[in-house]
Write a protein that binds this ligand. Structure first.
Ligand code: AMP
Length: 398
């Protein structure tokens, strides 16, 4: 029987999960999957470490199945079909740790109540993260669960980097720049320390470019500044989110165009970004293939905005020694990386065409003044590291 940890990332309509067995060198990836279409047409796919499909199941007329009901199905399936694995803990991605929680924590009643109180700060994510924790508590009350916060990595930033230019009383009420994608950035900082310790000690901009996208300025592996702020809407242009926007636009939409709060929320989170500008798709691959000139315009705006925000982070860092690309677009899209790097040529960055085309680990030229790397991110593995670290009896750590 091998001991295992499950990492869970529960969103509004999907639950991503990964199973790690505890090997001598730490967590080893054993299986991963995704339950999508919660609330509409649930679909579960899981694969083992070699990519072989373990389950591919649709729930016909499953629109009424709740997160809890589907987690129960997942739990039952895992118990029956993953024999030989003793699940010793579950680690969860929890989007908001607020001001109080700067490290992963074992879940208990008091923590759950405190995290509930943070739900208004992340109403689209936090309630689903907590619902999954509660559902598993009901299914397996004795199973330890660990909350890993997406905000935690950004805790050490200066007060200045967390402040909006709003009245102090609002800052004191928690209206401040928290930053997100922390589990991804922490994984990258950790990996960079292993593969390039000299660069890890320096000033690095990490570009997490996926459907959600942000940048993080790190010095010596610690977050100094980041593009997301109070919510995951801020900063870069994303798949369907607008990123940084003049707040006057929001006022105008409501007072002059008569849009309701819900309509504005839907517009900013689901209808903007690459999808809104292109009118074609939120998916970068689809935009590259589209003959529609608006698709090209959306791509151009995406890289212009990313380079512009990176320039701001160079200022926050007082210079830059390297840039790291991660996530779906960052890891796989040479065209986007080349365009962002070209726009950052003023930093002394030059990219090797061939390395970039091959998604090589280092894509900068040998004589480039700054190093450009690709590091595949792995938030699930970071959750597993954290979960192990919180369970001293396992002998694991970070
Ligand atoms: P993520 O949210 O990290 O899964 O990233 C999703 C984004 O990555 C989408 O815009 C995809 O089009 C993009 N993406 C994933 N794989 C590739 C690829 N091989 N080439 C270009 N873009 C990709």
């Amino acid at each position: 029987m091998s001991r295992a940890i499950v990492s869970l990332n529960a969103g509004s309509s999907s639950i991503k999960f990964a199973l790690f067995t505890l090997g001598p060198d730490g967590p080893e990836h054993a299986a991963a999957g995704k339950l999508e279409g919660i609330g509409t047409a649930p679909h579960l796919v899981a694969r083992d470490a070699d990519g072989a499909v373990l389950i591919d199941r649709n729930w016909e007329s499953g629109a009424g199945l709740t997160h809890e009901a589907l987690l129960r199905e997942l739990f039952d399936w895992a118990t029956q079909h993953l024999p030989g694995h003793e699940i010793i803990a579950i680690g969860h991605r929890v989007v908001h740790g607020g001001l109080a929680f700067a490290r992963p924590l074992l879940v208990d009643d008091a923590l759950l109540a405190a995290l509930d109180a943070l739900s208004p700060l992340a109403p689209l994510h936090q309630p689903h993260n907590l619902e999954a924790i509660r559902a598993i508590r009901a299914l397996a009350p004795a199973l330890p669960q660990v909350a890993c916060f997406d905000t935690a990595f950004h805790h050490g930033r200066t007060e200045t980097a967390t402040r909006f230019a709003l009245p102090r009383a609002l800052h004191d009420k928690g209206i401040r720049r928290y930053g997100f994608h922390g589990l991804s950035y922490e994984y990258i900082a950790r990996t960079l320390r292993e593969i390039d310790p000299e660069l890890a000690r320096g000033r690095v901009i990490v570009a997490h470019l996926g459907n959600g996208a942000s940048l993080c300025a790190m010095h010596d592996g610690k977050s100094v500044d980041t593009t997301m702020g109070f919510t995951a809407l801020d900063g870069l242009m994303m798949g369907t989110r607008c990123g940084d926007i003049d707040p006057g636009v929001i006022l105008h939409l409501q007072t002059q165009l008569g849009m309701s709060v819900t309509e504005v929320e839907t517009l900013l989170y689901q209808q903007s970004g690459l999808l809104g500008v292109s009118g074609v798709s939120s998916d970068m691959r689809a935009l590259h293939q589209s003959p529609d000139p608006h698709a090209g315009e959306a791509i151009d705006l995406f890289t212009w905005r990313a380079a512009r925000e990176a320039g701001a982070l160079v200022s926050s860092l007082g210079g830059v020694d390297g840039i790291v690309f991660a996530a779906g677009i960052g890891e796989n899209d040479p065209v986007i990386r080349a365009s962002i790097c070209e726009r950052l040529a003023w930093t002394g960055l030059t990219v090797d065409r061939d390395f970039n085309a091959r998604n090589a680990p280092v894509i900068s030229q040998a004589d480039s003044r700054i190093i450009a790397r690709i590091i595949p991110t792995d938030e699930e593995r970071m959750i597993a590291f954290h979960t192990l670290g919180v369970l001293p009896a396992t002998g694991g750590g970070q």
